[in-house]
Design a protein around this ligand. Structure first.
Ligand code: ADP
Length: 481
């Protein structure tokens, strides 16, 4: 393993500024070769309670720091992450599988949230509002919600943490992170750097476990935890939301997606092919904003497929640490089986394989293109989360809008076209939280990331992101004469 600073490789939980080694552990495997890379502390509800107590105590300190002081510590953390980006990316690649260059990209993208919210910490402004009566004055202030429970997935083991933790800390909250059991090492490496950055103990806690359900239960049922921010699947998001309902906790949910990618007749086909490739195959198709359904206008259908297939057939799959590899393995066996079944179901119902279509040794599926897809196939409504491009044909704007919106999900959507009026109509008609117009990549710290419908609610990043961690307090000043 080519990691310069070996102290970034931690396997204990991080609670109240201390590394907690547990007798009981769970194994973390490299998805490329299934070699065990770590035995990580398996925390219980008791550990979670101590993390909550620590975060509660730390909240009294951290929330009373000036915004400038919090900002400086966040900036220290940001700098340390950037300085150690290559090591962090190595850790990410060996536990998650994505190619090293992509992992470096994730580390920098994740760090950008810390940098951004270190600045936003200083801009938590209130309001002075004219009263209805001359006797009254109205002021509004914003205050941190309190302790935040952050539950994060394996597909972006680093960035999904910073996207929640950075705005929470900037607002003055303290956090308990429960990372995915598949990828806890990136979370622990971030904790090690946060330790060096100078956060008071208890401000950031990482509870590692393989028993997500019981830790989720602890976080949602403890009244000291005021906010749950969850990124993951829609079914688990629903559990977390139901559990949080008991205490009416504030909740942010970033759940599954079923992104349409529409190419209209007048689109720049080369640009559309390239955008589609980016949005479909990034992270091996394992992102919630990945293109899931490709709708091609009949007039450009064949030309697009020909160009797209040339690109897809040249994709190099393999070990993320090897040079030139563009797609790593899937995360686990379940993910492979689910996708192979989607391919089988589609081909049984009449889909045609244009590229790939087969499982390869290990946790790999060949980058695949299927055409002649229709809405009766499972792949229409399932989140693929793998390297399979499913192509539909359409001939009218109204037909494609109806098909694109025919999903319970509402996260990302994309389309390519040039006509100005069409662009406005389509962008307004798509029932999704995000619309990429002539681009296949749109996640950036300066923009609000999030969904509608069963893709969840709340936004991460941008000026809106910090509001998720703030309460609005209205003060009415009477007797002012
Ligand atoms: P995926 O594995 O597709 O990312 P999941 O929703 O299974 O999506 O996992 C996202 C996060 O939710 C992970 O950290 C996982 O451990 C956690 N999780 C799984 N089940 C529960 C649960 N019942 N309560 C709370 N968190 C859970």
């Amino acid at each position: 393993m080519d990691i310069k600073d070996k102290s970034l490789l931690r396997s204990e939980a991080y609670i109240n500024g201390e590394w907690i080694k547990k007798e009981t552990t769970f194994s973390v495997y490299n998805p490329y070769n299934q070699v065990k890379i770590a035995e990580v502390s398996d925390c219980t509800q008791v550990d979670t309670e101590s993390a909550i107590t620590a975060a509660d105590h730390a909240f009294q300190i951290w929330s009373n720091y000036t915004a400038n002081k919090r900002s400086r510590i966040l900036q220290n953390w940001y700098k340390l992450i950037i300085e150690n980006a290559t090591d962090l990316a190595h850790i990410l690649t060996i536990e998650q599988g994505k190619p090293l260059q992509e992992a470096i990209g994730e580390i920098k993208y994740g760090a950008s949230y810390i940098e951004w919210f270190a600045e936003e910490a200083k801009r938590v402004y209130g309001d002075v509002i004219p009263g209805q009566s001359r006797k009254n004055r109205i002021t509004v202030i914003k205050q941190p919600v309190g302790i935040v429970g952050a539950i994060t997935p394996w597909n972006f083991p680093s960035a999904m943490i910073t996207r929640k933790v950075a705005p929470a800390l900037a607002a003055g909250c303290t956090v308990i992170v429960k990372p995915s059991e598949f990828t806890p090492l990136s979370a622990l490496a971030l904790a090690e750097l946060s330790d060096r950055a100078g956060f008071p103990k208890g401000v950031i806690n990482i509870v590692t476990t393989k028993d997500a359900a019981s830790i989720g239960q602890s976080l949602t049922s403890n009244s000291k935890v005021k906010k749950i921010s969850f990124t993951g699947s829609t079914p688990v998001g629903k559990i977390v939301l139901k559990q949080s309902a008991d205490q009416i906790k504030k909740v942010t949910l970033e759940l599954g997606g079923n992104a349409p990618f529409i190419v209209f007749a007048d689109a720049d086909i080369d640009a559309a092919v390239s955008g589609c490739y980016d949005s479909k195959f990034r992270n091996g198709g394992q992102t919630c904003v990945c293109t899931n359904r490709i709708f091609l206008h009949e007039s450009i259908h064949n030309e697009f497929i020909e160009k797209f297939a040339t690109k897809v057939k040249s994709i190099k799959t393999g070990y993320g640490l090897d040079k030139g590899v563009e797609i790593g393995p899937m995360i686990n066996e379940d993910a492979v089986i689910k996708d192979i079944n989607l391919i089988k179901d589609a081909t049984n119902k009449g889909a045609k394989v244009i590229a790939g279509g087969m499982r390869k040794k290990g946790l790999f599926i060949e980058p695949t293109i299927l055409c002649n897809i229709d809405s009766n196939m499972d792949i229409f409504s399932s989140e693929i989360f793998g390297p399979i491009a499913a192509i539909y044909k359409f001939n009218s704007e109204s037909e494609v809008i109806e098909m694109a919106n025919n999903t319970k999900y509402g996260l990302a959507s994309y389309f390519y076209g040039r006509d100005y009026a069409l662009i406005w109509r389509v962008a307004e008609a798509l029932e999704f939280g995000m619309v990429g117009i002539n681009t296949g990549l749109m996640s950036t710290v300066t923009a609000p990331f999030g969904g509608i419908k069963e893709s969840g609610f709340g936004r991460e990043g941008s000026k809106y992101g910090i509001d998720e961690y703030l309460n609005i307090k209205y003060m009415c000043w009477g007797g002012v004469e």
